[in-house]
Design a protein around this ligand. Structure first.
Ligand code: ADP
Length: 168
């Protein structure tokens, strides 16, 4: 099945200079990158992204929001959209499970992740969408259609008058 998967290299991944390692490892999947950008994560975006975590694991919601917003490392993340056959399964296999201590030592999270003993946060280097539905919800949240090289979801055209920041 052709799928998309959102990858977010989290702030610990950026301060540890792991962007190259992650992209090289994920290139083993032969999937296509159809979008990529560096973002400063706002509280609003972080809360929307982890809305399901608030329901599932409310005790770790706040530290996880602070983690993705960069309160412990740096205030930016690198977001990528991968596209292709069984993208989610292929990517999550290379990432390893949520807890880096339970991950295969040669998976990305197993190699580079840690549990922060002060905050209790599982600093696991990257986020990867876990289902087709969540991938669509997350990609719509993080990227606008014009930032992707493929039209992966239905689009609409509207004339919108808004203030924009342009180069002088
Ligand atoms: P995943 O990122 O593997 O899809 P979840 O959606 O369950 O996992 O959790 C989102 C993020 O919240 C994790 O990547 C991790 O950073 C943090 N987290 C999840 N569970 C825990 C936990 N039990 N203790 C500390 N942090 C956690």
């Amino acid at each position: 099945m052709i799928e998309q998967c959102l990858i977010i290299i989290k702030p610990d991944g950026l301060v540890k200079s792991l962007t190259g390692n992650v992209i090289t490892t994920l290139s083993e999947t032969k999937l296509k990158i159809v979008g990529a950008k560096v973002i400063k994560v706002s509280r609003e975006l972080a809360e929307k992204h982890y809305a399901q975590l608030k329901e599932k694991k409310p005790h770790i919601f706040e530290p996880t929001i602070n983690y993705i917003m960069g309160k412990f490392h740096t205030d930016r993340v690198f977001a990528l959209v991968y596209h292709g056959e069984d993208a989610i399964e292929k990517i999550r296999k290379l990432c390893g499970p949520t807890n880096p201590e339970e991950a295969d030592p040669i998976s990305i999270r197993g190699k580079f992740g840690r549990i922060n003993s002060k905050t209790g946060v599982l600093e696991n280097v990257l986020h990867a969408s876990d289902s087709k539905e969540n991938a669509e919800r997350e990609i719509r949240l993080w990227f606008s259609p014009g930032e992707l090289t493929e039209t992966i979801y239905p689009i609409k055209k509207e004339i919108v008058k808004e203030e924009r920041i342009l180069w002088k």
